[in-house]
Ligand binder design. Structure first.
Ligand SMILES: Cc1cc2nc3c(=O)[nH]c(=O)nc-3n(C[C@H](O)[C@H](O)[C@H](O)COP(=O)(O)OP(=O)(O)OC[C@H]3O[C@@H](n4cnc5c(N)ncnc54)[C@H](O)[C@@H]3O)c2cc1C
Length: 285
């Protein structure tokens, strides 16, 4: 399991990184935490001519406030996301879901940006950023652009990033007055999600005024459970009404069958976990 030979650069600025990517055309890969890229290189599922190591770009690490949003550098590790006080306060859903990613060793190396750019449908964080209506900023030779999370995940392991673009930051709104919850069904501790559900709920007078639900591992890309979101708007925040509204949680999903679960079982899990996640987010005992 030796990777194919590649050249390696470790730029000191984002501009240098972008120049290296642009010069390499389609033949370069960004190295973030390496938790997904290194196995892919070793299995020769990826064989770039150039690896651009983003590990020495301090401007891509850390969390800051920008008005009503939190801005999280793409190279911020899962460990730092989990422990960051701003994330815990303003984007608790992201902190809760990130705590379920793998084990401490992976969380110390893996990054938020790497998880999103890798776009594994079983990854916990793409559906969280989707449910939060997040935005992703890419830097490339043509400048910077912002991509709504809704437009970012295009297919299995595919995103809207161009080969010469570097994901630099992730912006999520501060959800004041919302409750949030992440439900993950896994076959063993520290394993990938068989299905995951991210829920954000705004309550008004005992009713759900608005709900945002992201689904993990219910198709080739993370999804919003739009039918359930629509059915939840105005529903009473009680188990019966929420159960009826979330029965449509898997509508439009395209789950696969694999060694972990059949597509039918995933459909069942999506309904059950969405109901649980919404009730927990709504604060309904
Ligand atoms: C044993 C194990 C268990 C795991 N379990 C889980 C789990 O339960 N849940 C979960 O969500 N994840 C899990 N993961 C994946 C983990 O979250 C990884 O951190 C993540 O998938 C990739 O992040 P990374 O920073 O390591 O990126 P890398 O592996 O370095 O890169 C991944 C891909 O993204 C690209 N990329 C990375 N950063 C950028 C950037 N800034 N701009 C453009 N492209 C970029 C790379 O070129 C590469 O194609 C697991 C990984 C391992 C090894």
């Amino acid at each position: 399991m030796i990777p194919a030979a590649f050249d390696y650069v470790r730029p000191g600025t984002v501009d240098e990184a972008v120049r290296a990517l642009a010069d390499a055309g389609d033949e370069a890969k960004v190295l973030a935490g390496g938790q997904s890229l290194l196995p892919m290189l070793r299995l020769r599922l990826a064989f770039p001519e150039l690896v651009v190591d983003a590990g020495r770009l301090p401007e891509l690490r850390g969390v800051r406030e920008d008005g009503n949003a939190l801005v999280i550098g793409a190279m911020t590790t899962h460990h730092d996301v989990v422990h960051d006080p701003l994330v815990r306060r303003h984007a608790a859903l992201l902190a809760q879901a990130t705590r379920t990613v793998a084990d401490p060793a992976v969380r110390h190396r893996g990054t938020l940006g790497g998880s999103l750019a890798h776009a594994d449908p079983a990854g916990d964080l793409p559906a969280v950023v989707l449910a939060l209506d997040g935005e992703l900023t890419a830097a490339g030779p043509r400048g910077r652009r912002t991509i709504p999370a809704r437009d970012f995940f295009s297919d299995y392991l595919q995103t809207a990033l161009e080969p010469d673009e570097l994901l630099v930051e992730v912006r999520v709104p501060k959800l004041e007055g919302w409750g949030t919850h992440y439900e993950k069904f896994q076959l063993s501790a520290q394993a990938w999600a068989v299905v995951g559900v991210s829920a954000a709920v705004r309550r008004e007078d005992g009713h759900i005024a608005e709900a945002r639900i992201g689904l993990t591992n219910m198709g080739p890309t993370p999804l919003r459970a739009e039918a359930a979101e629509a059915a939840l708007a105005g529903a009473e925040a009680v188990p019966g009404a929420v159960g009826r509204a979330t029965a449509s949680a898997a509508e439009g999903a395209r789950p696969t069958s694999d060694v972990s679960a059949s597509a039918e079982y995933r459909t069942h899990l999506a309904r059950v976990l969405t109901r649980r996640a919404v009730l927990a987010a709504a604060g309904t005992p």
